[in-house]
Design a protein around this ligand. Structure first.
Ligand code: NAI
Length: 308
């Protein structure tokens, strides 16, 4: 198989100054892409006090030193003006946008009782609004070009993670956004998919791990081990649409969405729910769906099944 190259293509990577985004930007640049390296350089929970141009500048210097093409952007993805400015810069400097990697993020590990309304807004603004606003900003240029690739970022926190309700909710919003947007995007040749990464970064350093776990993670789960999946999803040959793939330490897996066959009756009562709980939750009858329409079609199919 030929190498998957990005020569002549332009990719925007948000939050590319550190951690995972930096590894994505480096790999894409080594494969020929001109990369717009966006990073506001905030603290790990989004504190503005720590704002700095350094992370984006360092990443750009690293790419240029290796012979690649990159430019720095310091705008925040969390505001409409910032998202529009990031895309406008890519168009101004590189004349096109072929792929967008929505990676910028902040941590928010705290018990619900200590999560303020502002914490919820901040984490939703960076993760979900940042993703939606960036997609909105590239949408018209990608539609006009008749081509685009978008890679969003969710987290295994969507499965349920203790002391992480706000962050999980924001990542869940991205997941659902990806699934629905991909249906519209496919019609205009824009591939939208999502990754759920795991890697040792500043963000995971803040999660209470013992020193042995931390050192294992640093050794076994480097950010560079996630980057190849992002490169594949951003490539023109990628035919996947609306998929959520997880990646860590060289392994790639797929999230599935669906329902069990469950239990049905013409006259449901609370008692029948209680009596048939084992059928309702039985994972053996699980079936995955690509869309809500497929879920409705299966419900109709089960309803018309005379054996049921
Ligand atoms: P990181 O903290 O090392 O890097 C995130 C970067 O995003 C930082 O450089 C930060 O300055 C930048 N950023 C934050 N707010 C921004 C904004 N409004 N506009 C532009 N840039 C902004 O974190 P890491 O681990 O590399 O995370 C990258 C993405 O992967 C995040 O979306 C995170 O939620 C997600 N993720 C990471 C996991 C991991 O194991 N590291 C696990 C699951 C998800």
């Amino acid at each position: 198989m030929n190498d998957l190259r990005f020569d002549g293509q332009v990719v925007i990577v948000t939050g590319a100054g550190r951690g995972l985004g930096r590894a994505y930007a480096g790999l894409l640049a080594r494969r020929g892409a001109a990369v717009l390296v966006n990073d506001t350089g905030v603290g790990d929970a989004g504190e503005d006090l720590a704002q700095s141009r350094r992370p984006a500048d360092d990443c750009v210097a690293e790419i240029r030193d290796a012979g690649g093409t990159a430019s720095a952007s310091y705008e925040s993805v969390a505001h409409e003006a910032g998202a529009n400015a990031i895309v406008a810069q890519a168009l101004r400097e590189f004349c096109r946008v072929d792929a967008l990697i929505n990676n910028a993020g902040i941590g928010m590990d705290r018990p619900f009782a200590q999560t303020s309304p502002d914490d919820f807004r901040r984490v939703m603004d960076v993760h979900f609004m940042g993703t939606a606003l960036m997609c909105r900003a590239v949408w018209d240029p990608m539609c006009a070009a008749g081509y685009g690739r978008i890679v969003n970022t969710t987290s295994s926190a969507v499965f349920g993670y203790l002391n992480c309700a706000a962050y999980s909710a924001a990542k869940g919003a991205i997941l659902a956004f990806t699934r629905s947007l991909s249906l519209e995007a496919a019609a205009v040749n824009i591939g939208v998919n999502c990754i759920s990464p795991a890697a040792a970064t500043r963000m995971t350093a803040g999660v209470g791990m013992d020193p042995a776990q931390r050192s294992w993670m640093e050794h076994a789960l480097p950010p560079a081990s996630v980057a190849p999946l992002v490169a594949y999803l951003a490539h023109e040959t990628c035919a996947l649409r609306g998929e959520i793939l997880s990646a860590s330490g060289g392994s790639v897996r797929r999230y599935l969405f669906g329902e069990t066959a469950g239990f049905r009756t013409a006259a449901l009562t609370a008692e029948l729910v209680a009596q048939n709980l084992s059928n309702i939750v039985d994972a053996n009858s699980f079936r995955a769906f690509a869309s809500t329409n497929e879920a409705v079609a299966r419900a109709q199919e089960l309803d018309q099944d005379p054996s049921g």
